[in-house]
Design a binder for this molecule. Sequence first.
Ligand SMILES: Nc1ncnc2c1ncn2[C@@H]1O[C@H](COP(=O)(O)OP(=O)(O)OP(=O)(O)O)[C@@H](O)[C@H]1O
Length: 885
Amino acid sequence: MFVLVVSSSTRVEVSGLGSMSSIAVSYGPDGPVFCGLKADGSHSVSCYGSDASVVYGAPSRVPLLGLTAGSGFVCGLLLDSNQPYCWGSNPYVKMGVPQPMIEGAAYSEISAGDHHLCALRKTQVLIDCWGYNMTASYQHNAAISMITAGSVFSCGLFLRNKTTFCWGDETGSGVIGLIPRNIRFHSISAGGFHVCGILENFQVFCWGRSSGLQQSVNLAPMDPMVAVSGGRFHACGIKSFNHEVLCWGFTAGDSVPPPKQAKFYEITAGDYFTCGVLAERSLRAVCWGSAGPWSAPLAVSPGVCSTNPCGPGYYEYSILSNSNSVSKLCKSIDSRVCLPCSVSCPQGTLESSPCNSSSDLKCEFNCSTCNSTQCSSFCSSKTKHKSLLSIQLPIFLAELVFTVILLLSVTLAALFYVRYKLRNCTCNATTSTTNMRSRAKRTTTTSSCPSSNKDSVKIMPDLRRAQVFTYEELEKATGKFKEESIVGKGSFSCVFKGVLKDGTVVAVKRAIMAASPSPEQPKRNSKEFKTELDLLSRLNHAHLLNLLGYCEEEGERLLVYEFMAHGSLYQHLHGKDPLLKKKLDWVRRVTIAVQAARGIEYLHGYACPPVIHRDIKSSNILIDEEHNARVSDFGLSLLGPTDSSAALSELPAGTLGYLDPEYYRLHYLTTKSDVYSFGVLLLEILSGRKAIDMRYEEGNIVEWAVPLIKCGEIEKVLDPVLKKPGEMEGLRRIARVACKCVRMRGKERPAMEKVTTELERGLAMLMGSPREEEAVLATEVVLGSSRMNNNSSNNNNNNSGSSGGSNNRKSGRMMEEMMEGMRAPSWITFPSVTSSQRRPSGSEVEVEVEMEGRRRVVVEEEEEEEEEEIGPASPQEELFLQHNF
Ligand SMILES: Nc1ncnc2c1ncn2[C@@H]1O[C@H](COP(=O)(O)OP(=O)(O)OP(=O)(O)O)[C@@H](O)[C@H]1O
């Protein structure tokens, strides 16, 4: 039966910049993060977004009652002890349980502002606050029903007389002086510099100062609301009439509007970003506003669990799961989520069943007074349905059976045909592999990319290598994309581990999709998906992540990669397990750096036109089963101009801390922007610190490490968890090259090939090579296992005895042994596959180019790069860095 659940309600809900809810949005310099309590009764939290300290710091196994968030941090109310627990980073709020914590204190509600957190004691007359300008206990004479926090202030609502009170910093907001003394509220929700409340007639009233903005947040719409939530300069509410969201106040230019015609149970706002739980069976969360993740691939609880019975005007939320049992949202049997009842049906509809303790009011169209197309189609389908049942049912059933049989036979025939075709394909596998290899070989040998004849040497898109998977196959492989299969999350995607039918272990990257067809985000996801698919199917290198296939079905976009058993370098350096970091000794770290450098060098030097990755960072360096590094995540990559020294004018994209200042400031993008990011990565590897880590006085790794390295104090930079190596020269060399990579001017940074050479020498010294110049070769054998073209070295390499695949494998094993501490007895040098392919610098070189079936020799000249010392940053540059990082 058609059921329409709409209309106004007797109860109101609030959650805002910092009110407690089942969902929360943190904001701040590292971007917004959405966190939500899962709808599976576990009370565990999951977070999605760009601020790694919030996303990865979330206590996913600790049960929480509710959430609130501020600038760069999220806090949950612990289910067991009723004390707050915060994670993320904020200089004013202590992460973990905030301190000082009064022994035995138990709280019923928490609410966070920009840099503070307040909690209402269960006794309801005492509020404890922690953080910027607010650390104190506030005693009241009357019971308080709820609290909420704005940017630098907090407010509460008295239970009995329903008036409000606020405290904290009045500057900028004026909320304290402007409190409406005689107005009674159902509830209140503070935003950045304002407070909005729902009056007893369900209309919204806001006060505060809107900082001179034209779209004043104080001008709330007239529509009655069941929930309201305040952002920095805006507020959003759920309309009581149809549960759709309405936002008002200031919105940034690039803002995604709230989804149209979507109904919500709950909403919460960050600063310029708002999220809500959809009032549908999926209980998905969707977000809108500026930046951020646009939806979360999990069901989120529509409200906070309470031990109190749902009073009059509420109904207990329950939903039938697939197995027809009621799915549980709360851990304890005595707890429940109470949602407000709708009290009347919208115009043109009639009440079909009233709100009771277990279900909301249900309405359906009144077929006798139909005046909308929606109503007409509902009524006509109802009539048709009736007549079908009475007259046409037997015919309909016969037709149905016939169609099913027909479909089954067609499907079976198709299946047999595909199987037959596939059986025929198996014997061609070697041939196609050989073809692939020869294609890859061509890719490498066309490295010089001469501008005179650029079209003829371009790598043509070749999507044949990427297999097309069906959604069903990947769903099966990942156990229906279950939570336990998630191995990582990015800002716009979730990565799942999966096992294909043939036993291949794969990583499946699933784009997090916007529920609303907002103009910007789906385009962006789709663009990143296409870029990654297009680039990865053209590129082939031992140190680039291999794409196995993709699936694009009904709006789902999935990429399938080789599975990287040891996760990302970020997880090793900054993950929860400190042992992982310790295990990554100097040789392993530098090995990973060399391998990543090789992958990037390939993108810059051999792909034609060159590829600029634009998002080099430790979470995009993955580590495979054999501990080899692979560069991943080509979603932001761009094809550069054929002349690799020329620049593109692109709006900056990437990750803060790794972004090239020249690109960030001037939108001047060249391959040297990747060199800058790689320099930051090198400093991260050497120091074990994050690119930006606000726990330190100097939070920016470049600002902190470069002066120390330049003063010769490299020991102060090296990761304290590792013992200093006996021979420091290798690491010194690497630190120096890192400094060169992060020079302010792109032109002054070395090209990737130089960086790789320097790193290889550093690694050789670290491993005790007697002669640094020779040492390069030994590492290349380990690191440069050229899966792409095992024999391509023959072109330029005279010493071909060890360049074959088996020798590579053998030497790879030997190196692995060495890396495991079982070093080979003496220094071993092998001719290098990779260096022979590399475009040499500083001399006249001959590069063989194969074009249109003909071979020709291109003579290329390159200038020797000057090895100048790193000059100090100019005052303007320093100012720029301080300002931006
Ligand atoms: N092929 C893979 N094998 C194993 N783990 C993977 C694989 N690809 C990605 N991951 C894991 O998933 C995480 C997320 O990857 P993803 O590329 O989506 O995002 P990211 O680069 O970390 O972040 P962002 O998208 O914000 O730049 C990675 O950091 C890594 O831990």
